[in-house]
Ligand binder design. Structure first.
Ligand SMILES: NC(=O)c1ccc[n+]([C@@H]2O[C@H](COP(=O)([O-])OP(=O)(O)OC[C@H]3O[C@@H](n4cnc5c(N)ncnc54)[C@H](OP(=O)(O)O)[C@@H]3O)[C@@H](O)[C@H]2O)c1
Length: 325
């Protein structure tokens, strides 16, 4: 038996239940991993509350990102062996001391990346890689707006976009978060709970506006985010931490300057193994070089997963949060 956080019925953080579960031996194409750390992500709350349906029904083990050591290998697995240090992003099952996982979703960790770093960055950092380099290619001198700049995805994106030479503008919920975002590569911060962020973006960019807006907030920042874009700019709606955007008339994109809009997810970008590996390698390279650091600002024992969700949804966290078994 191993410790895990299971959800028996969807709902608030209180449905995250700490209990012992049976894991079993790895089946065809699977490995068994002793997990050293699990990442906490906003997507975990979407599954917990039922906004995203669980692919395995109920009950399910929560969590979508973890890192650990391979302790058993199933039939048909040739490139992963017992003792390998690995990390992965997979739908559910990560809030547990051990788990079975498909070997073709596992990435081997370089020696210079710790388990805790990996648990704090695989989902968020690989997301930043595809957002900045695949969904829209950010180049030197471009104006980039990132909402929730002091969050998990936010702090990584600000550093990486700065490293690419962009002019990084970030919205944040407090003065402390503004200072943190600035210390992590954000050139300009906007207190969007007090200030009109569209007016501030116009001011900061001398009316030139942004080439791209990365919006993980959703309902609360729409359609304002569109007004921060220059003609032909790209609206990247990649999350809904304030709730989902309501259906809208696509003509709004024409009216606001022939804008592009996309709603991407890491699942699509990393669906092929070769893409998963190239996204992960790019992340390992930028972290390994020191250009991007992974601020793990909250650590909780596994049994306190509910508190981790309360803090994340209560806007009380910055950077990455991890659970330790
Ligand atoms: N599509 C993908 O591939 C993908 C992958 C990873 C993450 N995501 C999305 O990226 C976003 C960020 O994820 P994360 O895990 O790094 O979370 P996070 O940004 O660390 O936490 C969410 C932040 O959103 C801000 N926020 C604004 N309105 C909020 C509200 N009503 N309730 C809660 N928070 C609110 C808060 O920052 P302030 O206090 O500064 O406002 C809060 O700290 C999420 O929407 C997530 O779903 C998408």
């Amino acid at each position: 038996m191993v410790a895990a956080i299971r959800v028996h019925k969807v709902g608030g953080p209180e449905v995250l239940t700490y209990e012992d579960i049976e894991i079993g031996a790895p089946g065809q194409g699977q490995v068994r991993v002793k997990q050293h750390a699990s990442g906490v992500n906003f997507i975990d709350t979407y599954f917990r509350m039922g906004m995203y349906p669980s692919p395995v029904g109920l009950p399910f083990v929560a969590g979508n990102e973890a890192a650990g050591e391979v302790v058993a290998v199933g039939p048909g697995v040739s490139d992963i062996k017992v003792g390998d240090r690995v990390a992965y992003v997979v739908a559910l099952g990560c809030y547990a001391a051990e788990r079975l996982v498909a070997a073709d979703r596992v990435v081997k960790l370089p020696a210079n990346i710790s388990y805790e770093q990996a648990a704090g960055m695989m989902l968020k950092g690989m997301t930043v890689e595809y957002l900045l380099r695949r969904t829209f290619k950010v180049e030197k001198g471009m104006n980039v707006l990132m909402h929730a700049a002091a969050g998990g995805v936010g702090l990584i994106l600000c550093q990486w976009a700065n490293h690419l030479g962009a002019n990084v503008i970030g919205t944040v919920g407090s003065k402390d978060k503004a200072a943190l975002a600035k210390a992590n590569g954000c050139h300009h911060t906007i207190l969007y709970r007090d200030e009109d962020f569209v007016a501030r973006v116009k001011e900061i960019t001398d009316g030139k506006l942004c080439h791209v807006v990365y919006d993980g907030i959703g309902k609360a920042t729409f359609p304002g985010s569109l007004d921060c874009l220059r003609p032909l700019g790209m609206f990247v709606s990649f999350g809904s931490s304030s709730g989902q955007i309501d259906a809208f008339n696509i003509n709004i994109l024409q009216q606001k300057g022939s804008l592009f809009a996309t709603r991407p997810t890491l699942n699509t970008y990393a669906a092929k193994r070769e893409d998963l590996l190239s996204i992960a390698q790019a992340l390992f390279a930028v972290v390994g070089s020191g250009a991007v650091k992974i601020p793990i600002n909250q650590k909780y024992p596994l049994r306190d997963a509910a508190q981790a969700h309360r803090d994340l949804e209560g806007r009380a966290t910055t950077g990455s949060s991890i659970l330790l078994p």
